[in-house]
Design a binder for this molecule. Sequence first.
Ligand code: TYD
Length: 139
Amino acid sequence: MLVENCKIIELPIISDYRGNLSFVESMNQIPFDINRVYYLYDIPGGAERGGHAHKELHQLIIAISGSFEVTLNDGKNSTTYLLNRSNRGLYICPLIWRDLKNFTSGSVCLVLASDFYSEDDYFRNYEIFYETKQSLIKL
Ligand code: TYD
């Protein structure tokens, strides 16, 4: 699971004089079933979120409002994405460390996740994540 396996997914836009509508369906626009939705909001200036990786979870992150940056790191390479469009999601596969920062005022980060919340699915220590990735690469 590398940063190359993560990607921006353009979501459909249904646009008319009343505004825009975008949607996401399990296993359709995204390569996983959605079992959980959560969102970050009222984010104070300068706050940073993320700072972890997941063992099995797949996610799609959307800047529903405003913008923020997401840096992905697979233990070897890293890539930073600016999310600033409501019809664009960043797909993150398992075993990718992510850091979210530079949230603009009033921004809202919507996350679609493949499973229920489980603390056991987290790597919260970068060194342990890094060592795990190195041992997987050697397999
Ligand atoms: P965390 O995943 O660290 O947040 P972020 O990735 O946005 O920085 O979660 C913060 C806290 O919220 C932590 O105590 C776990 C809890 N939490 C839930 O209870 N359910 C959830 O669905 C999520 C994502 C977090």
